[in-house]
Design a protein around this ligand. Structure first.
Ligand code: ATP
Length: 234
């Protein structure tokens, strides 16, 4: 579904990505883990052409995303849930979700998507008319994920969905991510919380200073001693 090939991204003199290769197959949950500054966010943003790509290709099926404008990428069925869950604070929950559906023309599909999002996050339904800026951090994360689902995306890119959330909420978010995957959405997930990421991922890529240093099935990566020590609390 998604193939990143020999991707290099430089911010001036900073070589944030130095030739990475990542594959995501339809139906998978793929986790990208690594220390601060390893280049995880840069990788996700590159898929939407939001970074200075120096070299390399990113294929979504047969389409090379490095050759088409950013605004067309969303219409291919890819949605991005950015770090820090940027919801529109002065719009209601419902309006935020409607914004996510702006590329969807069919009214029945929009209604089905609303039903799907509200079934995953009943709390958003209860708070439909509330301004998004007044939601709790966890509710804003739910809204950011919900908004991405409103677009009919087949591939969801999630940047640190657990960031700043209490452990119980993190568990709730991850159990919903699993359900979303069961509903035939493919997920590429950047996560500091490796334990949570490993709990839902089929495969894992480990990044260090702009390179992929290890990849494999979750089981393979989790049984690596260095990974256990560095990321999984021993
Ligand atoms: P974190 O978990 O802290 O978000 P990350 O793995 O997502 O880290 P990136 O945010 O992708 O890492 O950053 C990779 C490198 O690129 C870092 O050295 C960072 O300082 C640098 N970088 C990221 N964005 C920019 C930018 N807009 N301008 C200059 N340097 C940048």
């Amino acid at each position: 579904m998604l193939s990143i090939r020999d991707l290099h991204v430089y911010y001036g003199g900073i070589k944030a990505l130095q030739g990475i290769d990542i594959d995501v197959k339809e139906g998978e949950v793929v986790a990208l883990i690594g220390a601060n500054g390893a280049g995880k966010t840069t990788t996700l943003r590159s898929i939407f052409r939001l970074t200075p790509i120096v070299k390399g290709d990113i294929f979504f099926y047969e389409i090379n995303l490095t050759k088409i404008p950013t605004h067309r990428i969303a219409s291919l069925g890819i949605a991005h849930v950015p770090e820090g869950r940027r919801v529109f604070p002065d719009m209601t929950v419902k309006e935020n979700l409607e914004m996510g559906a702006f590329l969807v023309k069919d009214k029945t599909t929009i209604k089905n998507n609303f039903d799907f999002v509200y079934s995953l996050f009943p709390r958003l339904k209860e708070r439909e008319k509330q301004l998004a800026g007044t939601l709790s951090g966890g509710e804003q994360q739910m809204l950011a994920i919900g908004r991405a689902l409103m677009s009919n995306a087949r591939l969801l890119l999630l940047d640190e969905p657990s960031m700043g959330l209490a452990p119980l909420l993190v568990q709730e978010i991850f159990s919903v991510l699993r359900k979303i995957n069961e509903e035939k959405r493919t997920l590429l997930l950047v996560e500091q919380n490796a334990n949570m990421a490993f709990s839902i991922a089929h495969r894992v890529y480990v990044m260090e200073t702009g390179r992929i240093v290890l990849s494999g099935t979750t089981q393979e990566v989790a049984s690596n001693d260095a990974i256990k020590k560095a990321y999984l609390g021993g």
